[in-house]
Design a protein around this ligand. Structure first.
Ligand code: ADP
Ligand code: MG
Length: 412
């Protein structure tokens, strides 16, 4: 079928599920006309069983992913297939990032946060983190959480907001500017950024709820702002063997690791609406603001090849360095997007039905853009996850050191 000739067929056995790859790409279709497992909607066809989305119209194609969630699938299923394994691996010492990508209104926040009756990726991950700690009594853990927002290329600390404060609206007191720094041991990090040590699921959920609250109440145009900003929850997990007196045997390395502290980060990211990326292209000439972070994320993903230069820095296929430094989001996520991390990208779409976003035609274009973004991510991010280990009591500034010595998570 000529119409399908351009379609992308992905190696369906290269996914994260069988442990070969570290990048998982899923597409979730938001319900609007009632549940169906294999749905034909106009020129669209969604088949969850075959993990396929296809479009017969202009520039259409057949798109296969690791998962395609239909309108049947609840948040619990999405979490189990798209995030659960990654969360476990973070507990074992690997960096992991879950992105929700898609146009406004397609279910990014619904997937990440969920509702009280149908919790999303964030609360389900929190439950799993503490189950893992309970099941792993021979290791001790320290958890700390931060929650930031990137809006107009400025980073705002959602946990450092005074009550009734403002995220940099006109005429309101500004927070101290948050900068991104780089440190050999710690990688890229935001500073000054509040990190709260948490010792129970309730406490962790409460901290995140506080950040959500700050995000909402600080903005008079909450909806417009939320569709243009990236919300980044980061949970840093430190762990080491109990009672080993300064050294731990790492079986995989067959060596005594001084201190043996593993430090890894779980990043849970609700991205700005992807329609902003396209919109900003038109707006660039007007000089209005560009969602630089989303555009750069697209560029980095499109260029990632998994190649490295002599210093081990990632390059594209032509040996050129990737533009991580062009935006706050890609800079912050550089470790996650340079192959040293597990990545799960959950792309949300809505097909058919009525949409309040835009005319049907541009909606289709945006949906296809989301599917193409998802395909590029699948083909290009080559991830070789390495355990993020930190020698005990090493140099660097105080923030770069493991804190496990000073605080303990006591799970009762
Ligand atoms: P986004 O964050 O991508 O802008 P939302 O997550 O806010 O979109 O979703 C828009 C609306 O659609 C919300 O009212 C949300 O509850 C609802 N919604 C989105 N996805 C689903 C889903 N899979 N099942 C039920 N309701 C959904
Ligand atoms: Mg949202």
């Amino acid at each position: 079928d000529a119409q399908y000739a351009e379609g992308q067929k992905l190696d369906r056995n290269s996914g994260q599920k069988d442990g070969k790859g570290n990048v998982l790409v899923s597409v979730r279709v938001r319900p609007d006309v009632g549940p169906s497992d294999a749905r034909i909607q106009g020129e669209w066809m969604v088949d969850g069983r075959r993990s396929l989305v296809s479009y017969k119209g202009k520039e259409g194609g057949e798109y296969y992913y690791d998962n395609v969630f239909t309108t049947h699938d609840h948040n619990a299923k999405v979490y189990d297939s798209a995030a659960k394994r990654l969360v476990r691996r973070v507990m074992e010492g690997y960096h992991g990032t879950v992105f929700a990508y898609g146009m406004t209104g397609t279910g990014k926040t619904f997937s990440m946060q969920g509702t009280t009756t149908s919790p999303g990726v964030i609360p389900l991950a929190i439950t799993d983190i503490f189950s893992y700690i309970r099941e792993t009594p021979h290791r001790e853990f320290l958890l700390r959480v931060s929650y930031l927002e990137i809006y107009n290329e400025k980073i705002h600390d959602l946990l450092a907001m005074p009550t009734g404060g403002s995220l940099g609206g006109p005429g309101t007191p500004q927070q101290e500017e948050i900068k991104l720094r780089e440190d050999k041991k710690r990688g890229v990090y935001a500073t000054p950024l509040k990190e709260e040590i948490v010792q129970s699921p309730t406490q962790l959920l409460r901290v995140i709820a506080r950040g959500d609250h700050a995000r909402r109440t600080s903005s008079t145009q909450w909806n417009a702002r939320s569709s243009r900003s990236h919300a980044v929850v980061q949970i840093v997990v430190e762990s080491r063997e109990r009672n080993v007196g300064g050294g731990a045997l790492d079986n995989r390395r067959k060596a005594i690791v001084p201190g043996g502290v593993l430090v890894s980060t779980l990043s849970l990211i609700d991205l700005a609406g992807s329609e902003r990326a396209a919109e900003s292209k038109e707006r660039r000439t007007e000089g209005a603001h560009i969602n630089k972070s989303l555009l750069t994320l697209g560029t980095v993903i499109a260029k990632l090849s998994g190649d490295k230069d002599k210093q081990g820095n990632p390059t594209d296929k032509d040996g050129k360095h990737l533009p991580y430094r062009d935006s706050k989001l890609t800079r912050l996520l550089q470790p996650a997007l340079s192959g040293n991390s597990l990545v799960s990208i959950l792309c949300t779409i809505q097909i058919g039905g009525s949409t309040s976003i835009a005319l049907a035609n541009s909606h289709t274009v945006e949906t296809l853009n989301t599917l193409k973004f998802a395909s590029r991510a699948k083909n290009n991010i080559v991830s070789h996850a390495k355990k993020a280990e930190e020698a005990h009591g090493g140099g660097g500034d105080a923030g770069s050191r493991a804190l496990l010595d000073r605080y303990r998570v006591e799970i009762s």
